[in-house]
Write a protein that binds this ligand. Structure first.
Ligand SMILES: [Mn+2]
Length: 253
């Protein structure tokens, strides 16, 4: 049986070299390592227009990776916060198009960090553009744990996993420790999305789309934790298992 193919969206970045500046579609290696460890076949999907249907015929599942902020106009914010950074209209359009096609084709999707924010914007929700200055109670939790000296694989805060959600089925525990490297978060939760985990300050740290085979997103970075904290491989295993189940349905249907 062939392993399921998992498409991962990369981040645009510019490398300045001696002979010029080059736009790259860059993939952080830990995402690839996590998909491999979970038994999937990772492929990197560069942003492109009009090919979502073809890409999701090739891929059995999708991983929306972390990265820069979603363009605030995408959720009608009416302003751009001074800290909003790394906006890529090209990436926004690509990932929002993939979300629409994934919903239409029952394709499993795991969102990570920016990915949970893309989930919410895709379904009509809004974002908190800067948690530190726009979220009440934000001072009690460090969502940018590098600013207090914590390494990428360390646990920066806990999350309360909501009973009866797919995340509870994935982690089977409360008080889960997670890392945290985000300055934005879900604001108004989209009506098509259900919160699956909360930080102690009320920030939504995980969410899922009910009625879909597997559309789950987390605000933290499990790919940076799984080697030291094996439970953090579980969301990738869940994605790969759902992708395999999706392929088997496609093969017979
Ligand atoms: Mn956090």
């Amino acid at each position: 049986l062939m392993k399921p193919v998992i498409g991962i969206t990369p981040s645009p970045s510019v490398d300045v070299l001696a002979h010029g500046s080059f736009l790259r579609y860059a993939m952080s290696a830990p995402y690839v390592a996590a998909v491999l460890a979970a038994g999937g076949v990772p492929v990197i999907l560069p942003p492109q227009e009009g090919n979502a249907r073809t890409l999701l015929k090739v891929c059995d599942g999708l991983l929306l990776s972390g990265g820069g902020d979603v363009e605030p106009g995408r959720y009608a914010a009416g302003y751009v916060h001074a800290t909003t950074y790394g906006v890529s209209a090209e990436r926004d359009a690509f990932e929002l198009g993939l979300m629409e096609e994934a919903a239409a084709t029952d394709t499993p999707v795991l969102g990570i960090c920016r990915g949970i924010q893309v989930f919410n914007v895709a379904l009509g929700g809004t974002l908190i553009q800067d948690v530190a200055t726009e979220h009440e109670g934000a001072t009690s939790i460090h969502h940018r744990q590098h600013e207090v000296g914590l390494a990428t694989e360390e646990k920066g805060h806990t999350v309360r996993v909501v009973d009866g959600t797919p995340l509870k089925a994935v982690f089977l525990e409360d008080g889960l420790g997670v890392n945290s490297f985000h300055h934005q978060a879900i604001g108004e939760l989209a009506s098509g999305l259900v919160a699956a985990a909360y930080a102690p300050d009320g920030i939504i740290e995980a969410a899922f789309v009910p009625g879909q085979r597997f559309m789950l997103a987390v605000q933290w970075h499990p790919e940076l934790m799984f080697e030291r904290h094996p439970e953090q491989l579980r969301p990738f295993v869940a994605l790969v298992e759902a992708a395999m189940a999706r392929r088997l349905v496609g093969a017979t249907g």
